[in-house]
Design a protein around this ligand. Structure first.
Ligand SMILES: Cc1ncc(COP(=O)(O)O)c(C=O)c1O
Length: 402
């Protein structure tokens, strides 16, 4: 064949951007491979091992033969456990049934499934901004339009009904929520969440509530959508085991949604990945049902995240020229880069400087559609986090002095 075939991205992915969070990790890895010492605070992944009782349960499941296909939407005991937890939050008379639960390959797939079945060409979806990078891309892959609704930095970038309404049009079909938030660590109060859910219900919008960080909070518990919603016929709640149980690599997430939505997502999944990995489903079942031994491990992890936050925050805050949002949940500091306001894409400029000169990998805020900011993860060993924060301060002071 003369010349070979030239690859041109299809219309499906023409607008898709590379995941900037992954790009930073790759660059950090390349520098490490070249012999540089890098503190990687780019990753959104707990730095703990999956608790031992979960690993043991997975081994036992393998030995019992958990090696075959399961139902596309997941094994029944896992869906029962998820429905049970949902019913502990949801007090409505329409109890959540296991048929309304779809287990997927990570909450990432759950979010993708939901976007694909709910939204399509011509639809607009409100995305409180900054938000996790993949929401924008997933809405785009569904050929819908992600509408950025920028929050107020003074309120941890949280949005409210008034801000959302300002961006609504007759084409608005849904809104993405994420509390606690990646990248800001902000947590919506019950009242704040309820107000947004009420607005969505009154406007006939779908709500996709990504609650992957709901167990990781520092000052009390975070409300989930089912805790406060008046109705759930427009609600898709997304969660998974990755963050709370340090199970990122197991790839188990799920949705709780009205039955027709669950059926559509199951059909979609049946043509793409089928069931999530069988043994991983058994591990997730152990995480949700073993009780005390696992819960102790979760508490210990959250305590450690809190200790890191409490130790690192004063270091960052002491730097002149740095604005830091105090996280109430998740495990990220969202920091306004020095130079913001005078340099375009100040977050990327600062992130590059931090990586190349200080050996600290962070994620530029551009990934979350707020280019003046950077995200610093503290899912790394405490001494490393503190060391990295001192380097961030040093780089900031050097920039301010210039
Ligand atoms: C807000 C948010 N939602 C979803 C995910 C995906 O998690 P999972 O590993 O369950 O696919 C992440 C992971 O970084 C995240 O930060």
């Amino acid at each position: 064949m003369p010349g070979g075939l030239t690859f041109r991205p299809s219309a499906n992915i023409a607008e898709m951007r590379e995941s900037a969070t992954i790009a930073v990790s790759q660059r950090a890895r390349a520098l490490k491979a070249a012999g540089r010492e890098i503190i990687d605070l780019g990753a959104g992944e707990p730095d703990f091992e999956t608790p031992e009782p979960i690993r043991e349960a997975a081994k036992a499941a393998l030995d019992r033969g958990a090696t075959r296909y399961t139902a596309v939407d997941g094994i029944l005991p896992l869906r029962e456990a998820i429905a049970g937890a949902a019913n502990a939050a949801w007090q409505g008379t329409d109890r959540v049934t296991p048929a309304e639960v779809v287990v997927s390959t990570g909450s990432k797939q759950s979010l993708f499934n939901a976007c694909m079945v709910l939204f399509g060409p011509g639809d607009e979806v409100l995305v409180p901004t900054p938000s996790w990078t993949s929401y924008y891309e997933m809405v785009g892959l569904a050929r819908a339009t992600a509408v950025e609704v920028h929050g107020d930095p003074a309120r941890g970038f949280k949005v409210d009904p008034e801000r959302l309404s300002r961006h609504a049009t007759p084409r608005t079909r849904g809104v993405m929520l994420n509390s606690p938030s990646n990248p800001t660590g902000a947590v919506y109060s019950r009242e704040e969440l309820r107000a947004i859910l009420d607005l969505a219900a009154s406007r006939g919008w779908w709500v996709i509530s990504d609650e992957i960080y709901v167990r990781i909070t520092y000052d009390g518990t975070a409300a989930g959508a089912l805790d406060v919603a008046e109705r759930r016929d427009n609600l898709v709640v997304v969660n998974g085991v990755a963050k709370a149980y340090a199970m990122t690599g197991w790839r188990i997430g799920w949705t709780v949604s009205p039955l027709p939505v669950a059926k559509a997502m199951t059909a979609l999944q049946s043509h793409t990945t089928s069931n999530a990995t069988t043994v991983a489903q058994h591990a997730a079942l152990a995480a949700l049902t073993l009780g005390d031994p696992v819960e102790r491990a979760v508490r210990a992890m959250v305590d450690e995240f809190r200790a890191r936050r409490d130790a690192a925050l004063p270091i960052l805050r002491a730097a002149e020229g740095l604005t830091v949002l105090p996280p109430e949940g998740a495990f990220y500091f969202y920091v306004r880069a020095p130079g913001a306001g005078s340099v375009p894409d100040a977050g990327s400029v600062f992130a590059t400087l931090l990586l190349e000169e200080e050996g600290v990998a962070v994620v530029p805020g551009l990934a979350f559609r707020t280019p003046d900011w950077i995200r610093i993860s503290y899912a790394a060993e405490r001494s490393q986090v503190l060391d990295a924060c001192r380097r961030v301060v040093r780089a900031t002071e050097a920039m301010v002095a210039r």
